[in-house]
Ligand binder design. Structure first.
Ligand SMILES: Cc1ncc(COP(=O)(O)O)c(C=O)c1O
Length: 228
């Protein structure tokens, strides 16, 4: 983020943070959601802070932007029934908001559990020919996913699946290759090789705060068998 901020400042670029997977994560003591000009959080049920249905929020410390986002959120209304701008309806359901207020109190604890599970994976997978997530000094990971990388990703996923172990590719097709956007984004010759390589190598292992330790051990054992 500091590097991205420096580039953005140099060129006057607006930074919108995608915090859909980073509730509670921080860098140098600064929480995600406070780095960019604005940030989008998802509270989809599977997220670290998840509602019981769809929900989300935008954070910003820019009052003019906050006002604009409030207008966009509800038909562009400043005064009821009068649309000042072309807004939409993205109000959060109050029932979801009430649920999120309660779940928010448990976020730190459930993130701690995620981090403990991640540590089990990192220790258990040490020495295998794959890359585990690395955490930079000063960073606190939210471990929404525990994503490994391997050139043999497809074989590993098939092997896990044969043992009844689910895994996920998040996400398989980079934005610049999505049918909807491939003509909308100008990319130089050679495409985005690092992005495309990552999309072909990533695999997210089972991780949720309540996952039993024995299940994590089974996944580790399976990977050691497949790659050992
Ligand atoms: C990285 C990332 N960004 C954005 C989203 C979109 O979230 P939502 O559909 O709740 O807006 C997701 C959801 O899975 C995500 O993982």
């Amino acid at each position: 983020m500091p590097a991205i901020e420096a580039i953005a400042q140099r060129h006057g670029i607006f930074i919108l943070e995608d915090c859909a997977q980073s509730h509670g994560a921080s860098l140098n003591g600064r929480q995600t959601g406070t780095w960019g000009s604005a940030a989008a959080f998802s509270f989809y049920p599977t997220k670290n802070l998840g509602a019981l249905g769809d929900a989300g929020a935008v954070t910003t410390s820019n009052p003019a932007l906050a006002e604009q986002i409030r207008l966009l959120r509800q038909y562009g209304w400043k005064t009821r029934y009068i649309s000042q701008i072309n807004g939409i309806n993205t109000r959060m359901d109050p029932v979801q908001a009430a649920i999120l207020r309660v779940f928010l109190q448990h976020l730190a604890e459930s993130n701690q559990r995620r981090a403990a599970i991640a540590d089990l994976y990192t220790q258990g997978l040490a020495g295998l020919p794959l890359r585990c997530p690395a955490v930079r000094p000063g960073a606190k990971h939210a471990y929404h996913q525990y994503t490994i990388r391997s050139a043999s990703r497809d074989r590993i996923q098939a092997g896990l699946s044969a043992l009844g172990i689910p895994s996920a590719i998040l996400y398989p097709v980079p934005i610049h290759l999505q049918p909807a956007y491939k003509n909308a984004i100008r990319i130089g010759p050679g495409g985005l090789p690092e992005t495309e390589l990552a999309a072909s190598e990533i695999l997210s292992l089972p991780l949720y705060p309540q996952i039993p330790k024995q299940h994590v051990e089974l996944v580790i054992q399976a990977l050691r068998q497949l790659l050992g």
